[in-house]
Design a protein around this ligand. Sequence first.
Ligand SMILES: Cc1cc2nc3c(=O)[nH]c(=O)nc-3n(C[C@H](O)[C@H](O)[C@H](O)COP(=O)(O)OP(=O)(O)OC[C@H]3O[C@@H](n4cnc5c(N)ncnc54)[C@H](O)[C@@H]3O)c2cc1C
Length: 407
Amino acid sequence: MTAALRLAENGFEVELFEAAPQPGGRTRSFIDKKSGELCDNGPHLLNGAYQATEKLLDDCQAADHVTWQASLKLPLWEKQRQFFSLNPSVRLPFPLALLLSVQAMPGHSWCSALAMLRLHRAINSNGCANYSVASLLNHYNIPDALVRDMIEPICLGAMNESIQTADTSTFARVLAESFASRKSARLGWFNAPLQQALITPLVNTAERLGVIIHTRHSVQSVQARKNGVTVDDEAFEAAVIALPAYASNRLLGQDLACETRAITNVHLWYRQHAGLPEPFIGGIGTLGQWFFDVSAQMGQINPSVRHLCAVISAVEVEKNNTDSHQLVDQINRELAALCGVDNAPIHTRIVCEKRATVLVRACPRRAAIRNIVNASESPVPGELPATIEFAVQRGEKAAQSVKKLFT
Ligand SMILES: Cc1cc2nc3c(=O)[nH]c(=O)nc-3n(C[C@H](O)[C@H](O)[C@H](O)COP(=O)(O)OP(=O)(O)OC[C@H]3O[C@@H](n4cnc5c(N)ncnc54)[C@H](O)[C@@H]3O)c2cc1C
């Protein structure tokens, strides 16, 4: 969508082929029949370093569809320590405020703050090379408490992968960009379902610029030909492939790295529920890694039915089997402990995106095919992980590449 929009803005005639009945891909909403709600596959968090995404939303008159924190607040919960948060003071310079806030979290001390400094130095001096994230943390003697409360949740949240296998240079980039300033560190969330907040504004803007969108068209073949390409036998001057790597590999007969991980979202609807104390909370020692108060995020004050959602990164669960029932029970128990209310949900739904993200993996250089720009999600070490921002940046870059073909 980004590539289509940017090319149309520059006067190109653009046609977009989408296999599904509607655009949206992995940022999708669906009607949950029982609640009647337009429901997202899973909550999507943004951070202030998502500059390309912010600009795109602004260009599509959708900037106010994201609620941004005024400054970073990372609310956390653990059974023993209950609620606490990483919440740097706005009255102090950001780096100092961050260190003070880390050392003030229960179970932490100046040891954690000094460890943050060691990590910062390692990242800036390129001292990460040749380490896995786990061995880097070990090498720089990063305390377990800091790993458990901050490093692991950030790694799973941003990369959908554990510190044991996540790529270190990409993780270092995530940390460096996310904590570069007070603005980049703050978090944001869509205040309407993804369909309304993100997809419809993009589609409307693209169509206003003349982009023709063909839905229910699964492209089967893209071939280079003299002076252009053919897409399912139709002639075009160029094509942008904007798919997850496993899909573009099939289409182009290439071999981009395409190992994927799932994300499982457990949606629960409660009657008479006061909700979470914060719009989202990171769970420490819980199966749910992030708990979202979807109703609060959508700006519903005291709704009669409250929608909460727990996100479990890098976990795949089949619907409607014993495991899934146990999973819902466990998440419900965790929410009961977290909210101090033992209340059975009136409705639950598990949405497991089996191939939620393509993992960061080294990959041989992508072979260039004349007039075919491959903007697939196939992050290599040092690039951003598979996120909305990475998708938007790939789209922007693809549009630039197409423009270069014709100048
Ligand atoms: C549950 C979940 C939670 C996530 N949470 C976050 C988060 O908190 N923050 C964040 O930044 N990111 C998050 N992500 C990742 C983010 O959603 C994706 O990285 C991003 O949406 C990828 O966009 P894309 O356009 O590259 O790919 P996609 O969204 O996968 O779009 C590719 C499109 O191509 C279509 N297609 C496939 N094959 C063909 C074909 N042959 N012909 C035509 N069309 C085809 C598909 O139908 C799809 O619409 C999450 C993802 C999931 C699933």
